[in-house]
Design a protein around this ligand. Structure first.
Ligand code: AHR
Length: 624
């Protein structure tokens, strides 16, 4: 093959092309990225919230008693906050009995590490007494121990630190009253001190780091379907997820498990800031999933029109919360949470893959017009339905065109062949219409693996996103995270359990694109010795230049089983270093565990590079 650069046809492309899609699906939030180790800390799990009639899915979930002559029950009279109604009352007739939490599939702790314990408590009998807090291993041996201060007779928060003396994957947390009597407890919490960037109420360090390593330019949250929920009662309302943890509104999420809202809007925004990514919150367009309840539990329709003004205000309030001065109503709430400076929000998504109906259009238009009028500085991203249902896509685009929505969110999960055969998808787009955020995509094979075949077809398609980076502003693979044994959807980008992070081959494709992005696209003509269309479609090249370093980055995808020998013509580029970095991801199509390897290669104004069969190569060349 010969590959010739045509620098005179270079164009500016988006500097936000690769980001991430974070949805609380497959235990991505509670039990996942959110570092809380206690399951059901607020005793708010509810039987009616769990599909499948799981009788254990109630306020007692994950809690038990260890010891004699003691009992515990759930109460809701005089709670710490009306949004957190349930708490536990522990009655002890013989000192030594413990209230035990099993964590999310156990509690994983490391020797030498410190853990922050906290609890809201009020003693009922006697008038004072302390709580012994400990962690135990699988054999009930104590591996960490501490004590609270004496508990008062009104609700107060108590904190203590545990230092662990043994690494245990399946520890339990025990709360042991050191008195005979009765005590009420709520928001029983345990966090590692070494969260990502050391944040309080923070994120699991290893998972957050794996995400940060993609160098995502934006983070979309909180979904996906979680954003619009499966009924009016179940929409993700941003303002119920900020403020003190005990005042947030927990609920069942659309994927049928509990969402504590501990990982809420403040924590999402802070994570974005910590990794240098733009926050991209997606808010419901006033309608739940498919606005006809097709997800299984939904109510018909959308927010009643009589309540829409209030809802529109809620959307506008988000901008005041994120960007407003600390003396504004919502800006003050952000400042009180520890962030006096604005977050500098630039994008808002309205709607997620909604069924495009009159109900949707009426509500979306209201929200869009209000945002346009009050906050013209914010880029609003509309939704054009799931691509595979056809009409929503077209009708969504019609609305976006009519309203001149700046950007629309497209979703498609397709077989690798679709990505291979639709490389001209965006070449054909009308440049005068809304820009595109490809918010959800992934290559799907039967059995839903994430393997070299899916990863390379995604890489191939991503070269077309770079080529069309003048209209495709953003893209994100979906979903991002999935906890083993709790998988709602596959494939995902990163699998994990309590102790391990397991990136997929598709993750390395995203990481290579994220770490090797550029703001200038340099077209390249590619000629293969074979002129067959089916062969030509399996080899792709994309060349970008990174403005910050001046590096020219060549991405080469070969989805053929055989090696392809390429002659690269760089005569019009000023190469500054004859040694370039080369990273290659390759393997058999069904390979799920290949890792990229990095070496150096010699480059010149003309040089040869052999693309291995089934491979993705990134060559990073210094230029001046
Ligand atoms: O990414 C998983 C799901 O796929 C998202 O929640 C939804 O938007 C889409 O249907």
């Amino acid at each position: 093959a010969s590959i010739k650069l045509i620098p005179e046809r270079s164009k500016k492309i988006s500097d936000k092309l690769v980001g991430i899609f974070f949805e609380d699906i497959s235990y991505a939030a509670d039990g996942g990225l959110y570092a809380e180790l206690v399951q059901n800390r607020g005793f708010e799990y509810a039987l009616s919230d769990k599909s499948g009639n799981d009788p254990s899915w109630n306020s007692y979930k994950a809690w038990s008693l260890n010891g004699e002559n003691a009992s515990f029950k759930i109460d809701s009279v005089s709670p710490i906050h009306e949004n957190n109604k349930h708490f536990v009352v522990l009655e002890i007739a013989e000192i030594g009995a413990a209230l035990v939490n099993e964590g999310f599939d156990g509690i994983a702790v490391k020797e030498g590490n410190r853990y922050d314990f906290s609890v809201f408590a009020k003693i009922m009998e006697p008038k004072k007494g302390k709580l012994l807090i400990r962690l135990t291993d699988e054999n009930n041996k104590v591996i960490a121990e501490t004590r609270t201060k004496s508990i008062a007779t009104t609700w107060k928060k108590y904190e203590a630190v545990l230092t662990v003396n043994k690494t245990v994957d399946n520890a339990k947390l025990e709360v042991v009253p050191e008195f005979n009597g009765k005590v009420a407890l709520d928001m029983i919490s345990l966090f590692p001190q070494n969260t990502f960037k050391g944040r309080k109420n923070g994120l699991r360090e290893d998972l957050a780091q794996a995400i940060a390593d993609i160098h995502p330019k934006f983070v979309r949250f909180p979904g996906g379907c979680v954003a619009h929920g499966d009924g009016l009662h179940n929409m993700y309302r941003w303002n119920r997820t900020v403020g003190p943890l005990e005042t947030r509104v927990p609920q069942r999420n659309i994927w049928n498990y509990h969402q504590s809202a501990g990982l809420g809007y403040f924590e999402y925004f802070q994570f974005c800031e910590d990794i240098g990514a733009e926050p991209l919150p997606v808010l419901p367009a006033g309608v739940p999933c498919q606005n006809s309840g097709t997800c299984g539990h939904g109510q018909q329709g959308g927010i009643p029109m009589a309540e829409m003004d209030e809802y529109v205000q809620e959307v506008l309030d988000l901008i005041e919360w994120a960007n407003g001065d600390k003396n504004t109503k919502w800006g003050r709430i952000r400042a009180e949470a520890g962030h006096p400076e604005p977050f500098n929000l630039k994008y808002i998504g309205i709607g997620n893959e909604d069924l495009i109906t009159d109900i949707f259009e009426e509500r979306f238009t209201m929200i869009f017009n209000a945002l346009k009028e009050k906050h013209p500085e914010i880029v609003v991203i509309g939704t054009v339905g799931p691509f595979y249902t056809g009409t929503d896509y077209e009708e969504g685009w019609d609305i976006a065109t009519k309203l001149q929505v700046p950007m629309v969110d497209e979703h498609y999960y397709q077989p690798p062949g679709w990505f291979i055969h639709n490389q001209d998808f965006y070449d054909r787009y009308d440049r005068s219409k809304s820009k595109v955020y490809l918010g959800e995509y992934a290559a799907h094979l039967p059995g839903r693996p994430n393997n070299i075949e899916t990863a390379l077809s995604e890489a191939l398609y991503m070269t077309t996103l770079e080529r069309n980076g003048d209209i495709v502003e953003m893209s994100s693979y979906a979903p991002l995270l999935a906890k083993e044994e709790h998988i709602n959807w596959a494939p995902d980008l990163i699998y994990f359990n309590n102790t391990e992070v397991k990136p997929t081959v598709g993750y390395y494709v995203q990481k290579l694109f994220g770490q090797n992005s550029g703001e200038t696209y340099i077209p390249a003509e590619i000629q293969l010795s074979e002129n067959r269309e089916d062969i030509k479609k399996r080899v792709a090249v994309s060349v970008v230049q990174d403005n910050a370093t001046n590096d020219v980055i060549v991405k080469l995808v070969n989805l053929l089983p055989a090696e392809v020998n390429a002659n690269l013509d760089f005569t019009d580029i000023n190469i500054a270093d004859s040694e370039a970095g080369l990273t290659v991801l390759k393997g058999k199509p069904e390979d799920k565990s290949a890792l990229p390897s990095t070496t150096k290669i010699s480059v010149d104004s003309e040089f040869e590079y052999k693309l291995p069969g089934y491979s993705f190569s990134v060559i990073r060349i210094r230029t001046n």
